[in-house]
Design a binder for this molecule. Structure first.
Ligand SMILES: [Mn+2]
Length: 424
């Protein structure tokens, strides 16, 4: 289904007076408001193809109805999200869950909805039904060269699909690791991974990038071969300029200072981008900003500061992607909330008074530095996000509009109550 703009406009119209009041109130306080709005409008966050169905856990999965049954329907759902928030103009595919059988018709559908394809993701953490060798003991790090070769070939195949769709990056997450002490020789596992990645790297087109994701544990619980940002950075440094480190917010041990990691990776030109989500305990894949919005703000503060220091374009020079999926919400509402939370954190970071903060840091004025950051964090920037969305042709309040237009009911009518998305 496709959302008609006039229906969104009608709901905006009903909310316009209240919005105008709120926008004028906050606008009076911000000197560079046009610049902030321009940056907010340009800032888009990629929707992963695997998040459009209801997520599951290893214990169960409770489908919500009207889920997309094909890649085409997943693209249509991203189209709905983008029509509402004007901030989700791309989709990231996971192979083999979402193989584009007919690239040109898939591309045409996406373009019709104002979408393009971001990074493609490989999958060597599961065995596929027609697969010759098993990944039970890992893929790119495997002790057996034949298994490594199979995993390398899969990644090269994913690149080929991506090239057909005009993607420009391959995102690699490995579950490779060990469950028990003694199971692995760490150095050999690392070297095998490096050699395998080098073969994949060499097969990439010149204008492509490879993003190397890390994760400390799960599904392996003793060691992960790319377990932290240092290990990922080591690999991406050895591979070359087209390789960099992808930060997934859920892939850290509790208490890790993610904003500091981000700052240093940016300094070295080795930050690929983000998988956004939130967590209370581990890789919970909860809605972005639902648990710790202050951390998200602090990360964006480092991003804005670090990107500005290198003269980078906030909207296009890093990969911004959601990697969250949960089992009790409507997936489209969940994604709308996530994008909203990201844009709020970004807007707040844009409001930080950099000059004053630098002066406070130089003077060791610790209390003032905190005041400056929290002044920005405690600003209710939602009218700014709404105004940016309105100017781009989206909804003032995307979730509210999604509900008022009964989008899910319409999807259930179209696809049925028992429609289950492919993927996780
Ligand atoms: Mn991820």
């Amino acid at each position: 289904m496709e959302l008609e703009k006039y229906k969104i406009d009608e709901i905006n119209h009903q909310q316009m007076n209240k919005h105008k009041c709120q926008f004028e109130y906050i606008g009076a306080d911000i000197s560079n408001i046009d610049d902030v709005l321009k940056k907010l409008t340009a800032f888009n966050i990629t929707i992963p193809s695997w998040a459009l169905g209801t997520g599951g856990t290893r214990f169960g999965r409770f489908s919500g109805g009207g889920e997309p049954r094909s890649l085409e329907e997943k693209i249509e759902d991203v189209g709905v999200i983008h029509a509402l928030n004007k901030s989700s103009n791309s989709i990231s595919l996971h192979i083999p869950w979402d193989i584009p059988e007919n690239a040109s018709s898939i591309k045409a559908l996406a373009a019709h909805l104002g979408l393009h394809f971001d990074a493609v993701n490989s999958n060597t953490f599961q065995d596929q039904p027609d697969q010759k060798l098993s990944y039970k003991y890992g893929s790119l790090h495997h002790v057996d060269r034949a298994v490594r070769k199979q995993a390398i070939e899969h990644n090269i195949e994913v690149i080929k699909y991506g090239v057909q769709l005009n993607s420009k990056a391959l995102s690699v997450w490995l579950s490779d690791g060990s469950n028990f002490p003694g199971q692995l020789n760490f150095r050999n596992a690392f070297q095998n991974t490096l050699e395998s990645l080098q073969e994949i790297y060499d097969a990439m087109p010149d204008d492509w990038k490879v993003w190397i994701e890390y994760k400390p544990y799960e599904p392996n619980f003793y060691s992960t071969t790319i377990g932290d940002w240092g290990q990922s950075y080591l690999l991406s440094s050895k591979l070359g300029a087209k390789a960099s480190t992808l930060v997934d917010l859920g892939h850290h041990l509790q208490g890790a200072n993610i904003e500091q990691i981000v700052s240093l990776l940016l300094m070295e030109g080795k930050l690929a981008g983000f998988h956004f989500n939130d967590s209370k305990y581990g890789d919970d894949d909860l809605t972005v900003g639902s648990i710790n919005p202050y951390q998200l703000f602090l990360i964006f503060n480092e991003l804005v500061e670090g990107m500005d220091a290198r003269g980078m374009n906030h909207a296009t020079d890093l990969g911004w992607m959601i990697d969250a999926s949960h089992n009790v919400k409507d997936p489209i509402e969940d994604l709308l909330q996530s994008v909203q939370a990201i844009k709020i954190a970004y807007a707040q970071a844009l409001l930080v008074d950099k000059k004053e903060l630098t002066a406070a840091q130089q003077n060791n004025d610790v209390a003032l530095a905190q005041e400056i950051l929290q002044q920005a964090y405690r600003t209710d920037v939602r009218p700014l996000i709404a105004e940016a969305s309105l100017r781009a042709g989206g909804a003032l309040n995307p979730i509210d509009t999604f509900r008022k237009l009964s989008v899910r009911d319409n999807l259930i009518k179209e696809r049925g109550l028992k429609a289950v998305a492919t993927g996780l």
